[in-house]
Every structure is written in structure tokens, then in C-alpha cells.
Design a binder for this molecule. Structure first.
Ligand code: ATP
Length: 131
């Protein structure tokens, strides 16, 4: 089976670089499944998980938005943050989820609801992947 090199990079440095047969992710326009030889493209990603398949192995990475860049034999995921399941601190994500939920339920004028919603999405995405 043909493979392509996938590189996941954040401002803190590289998270993963390896060869896979397929990458699946959630772009803002919908689900994408990319195989080797795909036409070059760039797509904005949602707060979601990126799935990387090779044989019967599947690796998952929680990404916080960012971009997917596809070239014929290389894919780069450039995200503000990206974590493998084993790197996710569940207690931290649970606390972040509670904090965001409390902010969203409060009626205070100064709460930035959009920011709280994004924080809730990041926390739920991490919790989904860690479980
Ligand atoms: P928190 O409020 O707990 O900081 P956050 O969603 O605001 O969560 P981010 O700004 O997305 O955090 O990420 C900041 C850094 O912390 C990134 O390097 C990210 O990978 C890491 N990070 C955030 N939450 C977790 C977690 N639950 N487990 C592991 N790493 C995390």
C-alpha cells in the first residue's frame, strides 16, 4: 500500500512525523479522507481529531483548528495545539470544560461567549480522544 508522510506541527514544535496510508480529518467544509496522490490543497480544520491509518493501526491526534496542507506525497497539519491521547491531561480538560460551562451559563455582560464556546469545544475534543 502506498503511503504519504504526515507531519503535525504546532508553535511549540513538531508533534508527529511518520508515514501513513490515509488521513481523515474534519475541515470547516466537512470530513476529508486523503490518500497518497491527492491533489494539492489547503483546508482550514475544526477543533476535532485527526485520524492517521496504516494497516490495522490508527493514530489519533486532537487538534485545535489550524490548517491542513496537502501535497502529493506529504501532508502538513499546522495547528495552534495538537495532542496525542497519551499526552492529554484529563483532569485539566475536565476543569477547562467546567470553567467554560460556568461562563456560558452565567449572565454576566463581560463574558466573551465565543471564547468560552471555543474553550468548551477544545476541552470536549480532548476528553473525547482521551477516553
Ligand atoms: P487550559 O484552559 O487548560 O489551558 P486551553 O484549551 O485553553 O486549556 P490551549 O490554549 O488550547 O489550552 O493549549 C495551550 C497548551 O496547553 C497547548 O500546548 C496544549 O497542547 C496544552 N494543553 C491544553 N490542555 C491540555 C490538556 N488537557 N492536556 C494536555 N495538554 C493540554
Amino acid at each position: 500500500m502506498k503511503t504519504l508522510t504526515v507531519s503535525v506541527v504546532t508553535p511549540d514544535g513538531p508533534v508527529l512525523e511518520d508515514d501513513f496510508e490515509m488521513i481523515s480529518c474534519k475541515a470547516e467544509n466537512g470530513e476529508l479522507g486523503i490518500l497518497p496522490g491527492h491533489i494539492p490543497m489547503v483546508a482550514p480544520l475544526t477543533i476535532s481529531s485527526v485520524r492517521l491509518k496504516r494497516g490495522s493501526d490508527e493514530e489519533k491526534i486532537a487538534v485545535n483548528g489550524g490548517f491542513l496542507e496537502v501535497r502529493p506525497d506529504k501532508i502538513t497539519v499546522l495547528a495552534q495545539s495538537a495532542e496525542k491521547p497519551s499526552e492529554i491531561d484529563v483532569t485539566r480538560a475536565e476543569k477547562a470544560k467546567e470553567r467554560a460551562e460556568q461562563l456560558l451559563q452565567s449572565n454576566q455582560d463581560q463574558v466573551d461567549f465565543q471564547r468560552a464556546e471555543l474553550a468548551l469545544k477544545r476541552a470536549m475534543n480532548r476528553l473525547d480522544l482521551a477516553k
